[in-house]
Design a protein around this ligand. Structure first.
Ligand code: PMP
Length: 324
C-alpha cells in the first residue's frame, strides 16, 4: 500500500515545468512549482524544518506555544507542523496581507494578530516587535524565520538537491525572489557546491533593500526604501536568513511587470502564481534572453495566485493601475 502517514510526508519533490510559451528563446527556462506542497507554498518546507530544529535543540516542550511574524505562507507551514505535532501557534501579520491568508491561518487553527505595515521595524506596534512581546508575555517559542538558519538550511537540504537531480546537474542559472532569502540562498549554496559555475540571481522589488545592499554593501538611503505591491519578497532591513555570499547578483522588478507576468503565465502556460512568482518569471526571462541553447535557467514560483484573488481581479488591478 502507498498511504502517507500524514500530509507533511508529501512535502517537497515539487514538479519542474518548462516555460516555452512564456519564453520561446534559445535557452531553456523551467520553473519549480511550489504550490504543489501540502499547504500550497514553498514555506511548508521551513515550517517543518524550523520546528524540528527547535525540538532537537530542546526549545519546545510538548504542547508549547509558537509565535511568528509572517506574511502568511510561513504561518501556514508552521500551523500544519504545529497541528500534527501538538503545539499552539500565534501569527503576527501586517495589514498588507490579503484576507484569504488570514482566513487560511485561522482555518488551520492559528491565532492571528494584525499589525500596521507602514511602521518602522523597531516600532513597538510592528509585526516583529509584537511577536517578541507575545514571546516574552506567554513564554512562547519564536522561530523567527528572518534569523533562523533552519530556514535557508531547509532549502540547502531539500529544494537545492531536488533541482540538481531534476535537471541532471545541467542547470546553469538559478533565479529566485528574496523575501527572508531562505529559498534563494539555501538552494544557491547547494548548487554552487555541486558546480561553482552555476550563476545565482536574486529578485528584488523596486523599493526594497537587497539590490542596493548587494551592490554597495549597505542599506540604501531611507528615501529609496518605499512600499510596493508585490507580495512576499523584498525587505526594509537585512535579515540573517539570507546568505548574500551565495548570491552573485540581484536584479529589481517593478510592480507592473510582475503583475502583468502573472496573467501572461496564466493565459499562456496555464500556470497561475502569485505576484512574487510573476516577479521571478520576469527576472528569469531577462536572464535567459541573451543565453544560448545549452543554458538552463531555473526559477521557482512560491505559491498560487488563488491565494490572492482579492487582488488578482480587474477591480483591484485597475485601482492600482496594473491592468494590461
Ligand atoms: N513569495 C512569497 C509569496 C512568500 O511568502 C515568500 C516568503 N516571504 C517568498 C516569496 C520569498 O521566500 P524566501 O523568504 O525564502 O526568500
Amino acid at each position: 500500500m502507498k498511504i502517507s502517514e500524514n500530509v507533511l510526508e508529501i512535502l517537497g519533490d515539487t514538479p519542474l515545468v518548462r516555460l516555452d510559451r512564456f519564453f520561446p528563446g534559445r535557452a531553456t527556462l523551467a520553473v519549480k512549482l511550489e504550490y504543489f506542497n501540502p499547504g500550497g507554498s514553498v514555506k511548508d518546507r521551513i515550517g517543518l524544518s524550523m520546528i524540528e530544529a527547535a525540538e532537537e535543540a530542546g526549545d519546545l516542550e510538548p504542547g508549547a506555544t509558537i509565535v511568528e511574524p509572517t506574511s502568511g505562507n510561513t504561518g501556514l507551514g508552521l500551523a500544519m507542523a504545529a497541528t500534527l505535532k501538538g503545539y499552539r501557534l500565534v501569527c503576527t501579520v501586517t495589514d498588507k496581507v490579503p484576507l484569504e491568508k488570514i482566513t487560511l491561518l485561522k482555518a488551520y487553527g492559528a491565532e492571528v494578530v494584525i499589525c500596521p505595515a507602514e511602521v518602522d521595524p523597531e516600532d513597538p506596534s510592528s509585526y516583529y516587535k509584537t511577536a517578541e512581546r507575545i514571546r516574552d508575555e506567554r513564554g512562547a517559542f519564536l522561530p523567527y524565520q528572518y534569523y533562523n538558519q533552519a530556514n535557508p538550511e531547509a532549502h540547502y537540504r531539500s529544494t537545492g538537491p531536488e533541482i540538481w537531480q531534476q535537471t541532471d546537474g545541467r542547470i546553469t542559472h538559478w533565479v529566485a525572489g528574496i523575501g527572508t532569502g531562505g529559498t534563494i540562498s539555501g538552494v544557491a549554496r547547494y548548487l554552487k557546491e555541486q558546480n561553482p559555475d552555476i550563476r545565482t540571481i536574486g529578485v528584488d522589488p523596486v523599493g526594497s533593500v537587497y539590490r542596493h545592499f548587494k551592490e554597495c554593501g549597505e542599506l540604501p538611503p531611507a528615501d529609496q526604501i518605499r512600499p510596493y505591491l508585490i507580495d512576499g519578497i523584498g525587505e526594509d532591513l537585512l535579515p540573517e536568513s539570507v546568505w548574500m555570499d551565495a548570491i552573485d547578483e540581484v536584479i529589481t522588478v517593478d510592480d507592473r511587470s510582475a503583475y502583468q507576468a502573472v496573467f501572461e503565465l496564466s493565459h499562456g502556460e496555464a500556470i497561475f502564481t502569485g505576484s512574487s512568482g510573476g516577479a521571478a518569471a520576469v527576472a528569469a526571462r531577462q536572464i535567459a534572453e541573451p543565453l544560448t541553447e545549452d543554458a538552463l535557467v531555473v526559477t521557482l514560483f512560491p505559491d498560487s495566485g488563488e491565494r490572492y484573488l482579492s487582488k488578482l481581479n480587474d477591480d483591484w488591478l485597475q485601482q492600482h493601475d496594473l491592468l494590461p
